[in-house]
Design a protein around this ligand. Structure first.
Ligand code: EPZ
Length: 440
């Protein structure tokens, strides 16, 4: 089990390139199985969720070549496996997208149920409702979801909750169905739009992605294509919050500023300066942040995935902030850890009342999930002294080279391996500019 050790109190300064969007990539990779030819997908984040998913698709018989620069070539012409076993999917929560893809490709799929996780139960009733509306039979047997259909026929599906996963999974299942499928009350997240754009590049006919109503006109075949994934909204937001947390001056590059509007509005409200360019955003933090209230909502509301990092920042804000988590029921585990660092918060169900303190003090803490890990990094960067974060495998699932990027911005952070040996990083000049590298 590796740890991250942060010596806090350094202001972050400089430019950081944002990687491709994890939550688009985990759907686009399996979606490529639907093509009749090779798909070449670039700007994938090189993170554990993607390397694990590439392994799963390979184990299921697809030809998958993933390179270190984040480009993958996938060809699934010879694949005939429609089952994904528990030992595969337990490594990868978003493997529920295999249901929609395999149903579309083979007319049947058997995928182990993903189960709950540290941020709350993860029901998939809306995914199932969608598959059934398209004519599929769905059964849960011994922890495995079995879906099958002789024919998939387009239908109108109203989602009872705005669900990213259900919206994408229904698009995947409907893309080659007969006739038109209409998803009403669809999720509008940037990664939903990216998946629709990818499918359309393969020859699908999907309209309305990014609005409440998506129409999928079924096509007979999908072909191979080249596609670049959008930048990661949540990774970008995490570095913007880190800038605000450390009194820093950070420019996140290769981003889509429109995707960041909810966070930008809150940082401005906190008293930060935020400058938007065409594909970059600079956050200049001149003062202690003012308190703000946050309510998480589906896009374009404030993203739940940034709630944990921003609530860490609010622990040092001037005043009392109220955070309401409307999407996941148990997404405050990081606050228990931050209270060990001197953070003051009262959690009542979905509401956190955070009383800002002047300073946190470093302590040993544990990451319980991906964004809790990001929140603890923010807390560690702000705190006096050393913070040691355990269970960093959660962080490695979703943030590419996080300590390299942070060191390049001036943070003092190192990774400690399972034998307790710390790996220091140093800055070197490369053809791309300054970059952190491990001292071996
Ligand atoms: C996606 O999860 C993201 N994961 C999550 O990011 C993100 O927090 C979430 O969307 C919300 O934006 C991926 O894209 C891989 P949902 P997903 O279906 O699709 C309820 C991260 O940190 N619901 O939009 O699983 C559900 O309980 C991760 O990167 C149902 O009731 O989320 C939740 O309250 C964590 N029935 C709400 O809807 C269903 O069938 C939104 O869930 C489906 C969902």
């Amino acid at each position: 089990m590796e740890k991250l050790r942060i010596y806090g109190g350094k202001s972050l300064k400089g430019r950081v390139k944002i990687s491709g969007a994890k939550n688009a990539a985990v759907a686009i990779l399996p979606a490529a199985l639907l093509a009749d030819d090779t798909c070449v997908i670039s700007n994938l984040p090189y993170i554990d969720d993607i390397t694990v998913l590439a392994d799963i698709l390979h184990e299921m018989g697809a030809h998958v070549e993933l390179d270190r620069e984040g480009t993958v070539r996938i060809n699934a012409l010879e694949m005939n496996e429609y089952k994904a076993h528990y030992d595969m999917v337990r490594r990868m929560r978003a493997s529920y997208y295999l249901l929609g893809v395999l149903l579309s490709k083979f007319g049947k799929a058997e995928v182990s149920f993903p189960g709950g996780c540290a941020i709350g139960t993860r029901p998939i009733d809306q995914h199932i409702k969608g598959f059934e509306a398209l004519g599929a039979q769905v059964n849960l047997e011994h922890g495995v979801i079995k879906v099958s259909a002789d024919r998939l026929i387009g239908n109108e599906i109203y989602l009872d909750v705005v669900s990213v996963g259900a919206t994408i999974n229904i698009m995947l299942a409907a893309v080659k169905a007969e006739g038109t499928t209409t998803i009403v009350n669809a999720a509008k997240e940037p990664h939903v739009v990216d998946v629709a754009n990818f499918l359309n590049t393969m020859g699908a006919n999907i309209k309305g992605a990014g609005t409440d109503i998506i129409r999928v006109m079924g096509v007979e075949t999908l072909s191979g294509c080249e596609y670049a994934i959008i930048p990661d909204q949540i990774e970008a937001g995490t570095y913007m919050i880190a800038a605000a947390a450390t009194g820093g001056d950070v420019t996140v590059t290769d981003v889509i500023p429109k995707h960041m509007e909810a966070l930008t509005a809150k940082l401005l409200e906190m008293g930060m300066e935020v400058l938007e360019g065409d594909d970059e955003i600079r956050v200049i933090a001149g003062q202690r942040p003012r308190k703000v209230n946050i309510k998480t909502q589906p896009y374009p509301g404030f993203p739940t995935d940034l709630q944990q990092p921003i609530s860490a920042l609010l622990c040092i804000a001037d005043g009392v902030s109220v955070v309401t988590e409307n999407v996941w029921e148990a997404r405050y585990k990081h606050m228990d850890e931050i209270s060990r660092m001197g953070g003051k918060a009262k959690i009542e169900d979905r509401v956190a009342i955070i009383e800002g303190v002047e300073k946190l003090s470093g302590a040993p803490v544990t990451a319980t999930d991906l964004r809790a890990g990001a929140a603890l990094i923010i807390a560690g960067l702000m705190a006096g002294g050393m913070t040691e974060i355990s269970d960093v495998e959660h962080i490695d699932r979703g943030y590419e080279e996080i300590e390299y990027k942070l060191v390049a911005l001036g943070a003092d952070i190192e990774r400690v391996d399972e034998n307790g040996k710390a790996r220091r990083l140093k800055l070197i000049q490369s053809s791309y500019g300054e970059k952190a590298r491990a001292i071996l």
